[in-house]
Structures are given as C-alpha cells and as structure tokens.
Design a binder for this molecule. Structure first.
Ligand SMILES: Cc1ncc(COP(=O)(O)O)c(C=O)c1O
Length: 413
C-alpha cells in the first residue's frame, strides 16, 4: 500500500507515526489501535507541551498569562492557523473554545431563530444523543414541543445510511416550516460522510441556515467550510485531533456573521473586545469573528496537548493526508471483504471509519476476540463495530494484525 506514496511521503509518515505513543496490552505488547474515531492517540510532544505550561505556572504563577514564552492570554489563537487549515476556513472564522455540546448550545442560541410557522429543526435520524438533547432542550427553552419540531431524515427501508437526494428532498418538502438544518459531517455510527456543501446549499435555497457537528469529521475528511458557505460548525478535539480526553473543543462561524450584532448570543468576557477586556466595564462588545462567541479563559493544559498534535498535522499537506487515508481505508475494506460473515454498513462516501455488523450477530464475541489478539476497535449498540485507520498513525503492521485476528476468529487459522 505504501508503495503508492512517494518515498518522501513514506518517510514523512514513518516519522509522524513515531511521534505517537502506542497503547500496550497488559503483557506489554503494542496494540493495533483503530479507535481514533473515539479517542485519538497521544502525540509524544504532548508531555513536553503540557510540562511547559506547568513549568510556567510553577515559575511565573499569575504572570504566565502575559509573560510566559507562550502567553496563556493568547494561547487559543496559537491553534487557529492549524484549525483553520483543517476546516478550510479563514483564521477569523474559527475559535478553540469550550466543549462540543456547550458550543452547540451557543450556536443554537445564535442561529436557531424560530419565527411564525418556521419553528422546526431538520436532523439526521440517529444523530448523536447529545445533539438531540441540545436540540430538544433548546426547543423547550423557547416554548416549543420537541416531538413536533424535530424532523428526522431516515435511511430507506433496509438501508443503513442516508441518500443525499433524500436529505435534499426533506429540506425542500419542509421549506415553509424549517428554521434550521443541523447535520453531522460524518455520522458517528455508520461512518457516512455527508455532502456538507449540497446540504448547506439546499438549506440556503429555502432561506434557512445550516450548521454541522464535525466531531467525526475534523482531522478526518477534507473540509472547505468557508467556500461551502456553512453557517456554523462545532467539533471536539479528542477524536481525530488527538487532543486528549475532554479536550478544548472548537467552533466555526462563517465570516458573514463576524460583525453581525443582530444575532442573539450568550456572551462572556473572553468574547469581549480584547482591548477593553480588563476595563471592567459593562456592555458586551464581541470580538469580530468566531472568537466573539468565546465565553471564558480556556483550559491551557488542554490547549497545549492539542497544539502538540496539530504540529504533526501541520507537517502534512491536506492532499497527502487524504491520499494516505484513502489508501488505508481501501486496504482495510479489502481485508474486511475477505470475510463474507462481515457486512459493511459504511457507504462509499466516508472518511477513515468503517462500521460493520456480522451476519451471524455475534459482534461482541468478535470485539472480545480482537482485543484478546491485540487489536482495539470499538463496539456500539445495537451491534456495530467501528474501526478507523487514521492516516497519521495507523501502520500497515496494524492492519496486518487485524487481518490475522479476523482469520483466527472466522477460520480458526
Ligand atoms: C458526533 C458527536 N457529537 C457530539 C458529541 C458530544 O461531545 P461532548 O461530550 O464533547 O460535548 C460526541 C461525542 O463523542 C459525538 O461523537
């Protein structure tokens, strides 16, 4: 597989693979890790990046905010060039802040404006529960009944993923009652990559805004959020961004809203005009751009961990990253296809993740067998195994290990 990459690219990826910590079994053997869709691996630079902040804290205490080598005051902005690149956005359109679900609430406050007959939110059926809870509670908060105001788009009978034409049709069918379209970029369970640009265009054609949950998309699929005219997006950084458990999340807000003070929003002091932040005055005056939604000073230890991983992303151009992701995915699919007991539910439109079921229904047994054989995938009810070969750190050796474990499970050899 690597032979499809130039020697220079192969060397680059080898170097980057060595920059990640590998989880080990209780026997001390390196595990083949396919769970980057859930929690990315730790970059080796993470300890040093966090230690730097700890040392500054120890030695400078409160002065760390302003005179540390990497000042805490601006630390989130250190991440914006890399995040903007991964999102296909301008730097002013992204902010490292908060948590995914918290940020989704902030975005709904600004971009969900029910009016008259237009009170409904269109989502994919089976959206991540937290998104559903956010939408349900936002509706209730505005005195609307969730069971009447969420429109879900379902896969066709017997199918596991959505057809783009069905999503677009649903948007048009509900054109006079929708107030927002909210979709994920990559579906967390099926691994389907949605056509963000087409969904956004359909929403705009009926005068409705479109927002996206990119938890499984950022650092995974190619994004061009600015050019696609996406209104807003939110993400977490503990999956493909390898930022560590519960790490600081992020938002994208299209630049056309940068100075739109007509948008309702919840404010906090870190979204306030920086030049006046410490004047302790009243009257919220948001920073222009996505940072105007930031509420608080962020967790610097967490930002340091994300920075360590983003430095590795910065070493690879997006085309090359996509190429290796596709090569790994092709190889993984080829292996899965050797076993007729395995049914792939991820459609062709996908990122790094492949989700499968077993025709025999014993997914939990396979999950346990893989784990016993040093291969980490994840299991999700109702019987789906998800595995992601991530371009930054999955190796051919990891894939061979998975193949060997599948053979012993299905063929006993
Ligand atoms: C698709 C998706 N959306 C939202 C969330 C919730 O993220 P958080 O707990 O960081 O708010 C997750 C978490 O895994 C997710 O996978």
């Amino acid at each position: 597989m690597e032979e499809f990459l130039t020697e220079e690219a192969q060397n680059l990826f080898k170097k980057i693979q060595n920059e990640f910590q590998r989880p080990v079994s209780d026997k001390g053997e390196a595990l083949a890790y396919f769970c980057g869709n859930s929690l990315g691996l730790q970059a080796k630079g993470t300890s040093a990046a966090i230690s730097e902040v700890l040392n500054d804290w120890a030695e400078l205490a409160v002065d760390g905010h302003f005179i540390a080598g990497r000042r805490w005051y601006d630390y989130p902005t250190l991440l914006t060039p890399s995040l903007a690149k991964l999102c296909g956005a301008k730097e002013s359109e992204v902010a490292a802040m908060g948590t995914l679900t918290g940020n989704l609430h902030l975005m709904l406050v600004s971009f969900f404006q029910p009016e008259g007959k237009r009170t409904k939110i269109l989502m994919e059926a089976g959206a991540f529960p937290s998104d559903h809870y956010a939408v349900e509670t936002q509706l209730k908060f505005r005195g609307l009944n969730p069971s009447e105001n969420i429109i879900e788009v379902f896969p066709r009978e017997g199918e596991d993923s959505l057809q783009t034409e069905d999503i677009l049709k649903a948007i048009h069918d509900h054109s006079d009652e929708l107030a927002l379209v909210l979709f994920s970029g990559v579906q967390f369970l099926s691994g389907q990559a949605f056509e963000i640009q087409a969904i956004t265009a359909a929403a705009h054609s009926i005068g409705v805004k479109a927002g996206f949950d990119l938890a499984h998309a950022i650092g995974n699929i190619r994004l061009e959020l600015h050019q696609w005219n996406v209104d807003f997006a939110v993400w977490c950084s503990y999956k493909y961004l390898n930022g560590g458990p519960g790490s600081v999340a992020g938002i994208f807000v299209h630049e056309r809203y940068a100075s739109d003070n007509s948008l309702p929003r919840f404010g906090g002091w870190f979204g306030h005009d920086e030049s006046r932040r410490f004047l302790l005055e009243k009257g919220f005056n948001p920073i222009l751009g996505a940072r105007g939604w930031q509420l608080s000073n962020e967790n610097i230890l967490s930002l340091a961990a994300i920075r360590a991983s983003l430095e590795l992303f910065d070493l690879v151009n997006p085309d090359l990253l996509e190429k290796r992701r596709n090569l790994l995915n092709y190889k993984l699919q080829e292996i899965i296809n050797q076993f007729q007991e395995i049914l792939t539910i991820t459609p062709k439109s996908r990122g790094a993740q492949i989700s499968v079921k077993l025709r025999t229904g014993n997914e939990k047994a396979l999950f346990a067998h893989l784990r016993d054989n040093g291969v980490v995938v994840d299991f999700r009810e109702p019987g789906i195994l998800r595995m992601a070969a991530t371009p930054l750190y999955t190796t051919e050796n990891d894939i061979s290990k998975l193949e060997a474990a599948l053979k012993t499970f299905f063929r006993g050899q």
